[in-house]
Write a protein that binds this ligand. Sequence first.
Ligand code: AMP
Ligand code: ZN
Length: 117
Amino acid sequence: MKNPPDPNCIFCKIVAGQIPAKFIYQDDELVVFPDIHPAAPVHLLMVPREHFAHLGDAHARHEALLGRMLFLAPRLAREQGASDGFRVVVNNGPDGGQEIYHLHIHVLGGPRPWKRL
Ligand code: AMP
Ligand code: ZN
């Protein structure tokens, strides 16, 4: 059974269309949109539609989705203009610098210099 949306979660609200975001990719399991405070010329957030806080809260049912997200990252990075490499980042928990507790993968690319993340 899927986790319910968290009514206090910004990314659940984006998934539900209650907070605007420009989806550059979406399917039945995930959405992808630009980070509102980009730390690089290309800065995407890949967000599962189902709420779970971070990798430590993933279930076995998320295994294929997490793999699919990583597999999709290079295609979306390239399509968005990161032609010469990119970085993927997943912040987990307080010491991981996580601000929004709905699992997401940052995809950063484009010409350097970038801000620190
Ligand atoms: P993290 O520290 O990994 O939890 O990163 C959360 C990211 O979400 C930050 O880079 C924020 O800039 C980004 N963010 C917060 N609110 C929004 C929003 N409404 N739309 C797009 N990105 C957002
Ligand atoms: Zn959420």
